[in-house]
Design a protein around this ligand. Structure first.
Ligand SMILES: CC(C)(COP(=O)(O)OP(=O)(O)OC[C@H]1O[C@@H](n2cnc3c(N)ncnc32)[C@H](O)[C@@H]1OP(=O)(O)O)[C@@H](O)C(=O)NCCC(=O)NCCS
Length: 156
């Protein structure tokens, strides 16, 4: 792990986080959101509670969010800039998110991932997430394709 630091997200990170999210959406592969992404709107409503960023000399190269539910678990979403993948950014973000979730007293983290997203699934398994089920033909893509979602969970 080098060249970046993980820290809590701040108001100044809203727009870069939303821009990074929009760039990842353009890939039409890893996340459910597809273009066009309204960057202004996403920046305005980005939830900074449970949000951590990977900051590489002032450039936001990754982000993770834990959305705390009313039922003791948190939903995780994450994205890393394409040029920075495979260099430990996602793992460093997940380490921080798990620590934060424990501090907050959550009993579980959960997420949903496309079955073809080998990099994400490998990362989640590395941290102990297990597959809990599969939602069949769950997400309708803009081209009409119906993609499955795999539910994964980590008991803390
Ligand atoms: C999923 C994602 C966050 C991973 O981030 P990353 O910074 O590349 O992750 P890391 O470099 O920390 O790699 C974590 C592990 O994933 C695995 N991995 C990484 N890239 C991989 C690939 N292309 N194929 C298979 N496994 C891979 C490795 O096992 C690695 O573990 P290691 O460090 O012990 O070798 C990143 O690929 C991404 O943002 N993708 C687009 C958005 C997305 O899919 N978000 C998740 C939606 S559920």
């Amino acid at each position: 792990m080098s060249g970046f630091e993980v820290r809590p997200g701040t108001d100044a990170d809203r727009r870069p986080l939303a821009e990074l999210f929009a760039a990842v959406a353009e890939e039409r592969d890893g996340i459910a959101t597809e273009p066009p992404v309204d960057v202004e709107a996403y920046a305005a409503r980005w939830d900074l509670d449970g949000c951590f960023v990977a900051d590489a000399a002032g450039e936001i190269v990754g982000g993770i969010n834990v959305q705390v539910s009313r039922h003791g678990y948190g939903d995780v979403g994450m994205h890393v800039a394409r040029a920075w993948r495979g260099r430990g950014v996602g793992s460093a973000l997940m380490v921080r998110a798990i620590a934060w979730a424990r501090e907050e007293g959550l009993h579980k983290l959960s997420l949903a991932v496309f079955p073809h997203n080998a990099a994400a699934i490998a990362l989640y398994r590395k941290f102990g997430f297990v597959e809990e089920g599969r939602r069949s033909r769950h997400i309708r893509r803009s081209d009409g394709a119906l993609w499955d979602l795999v539910d994964m969970g980590l008991l803390l």
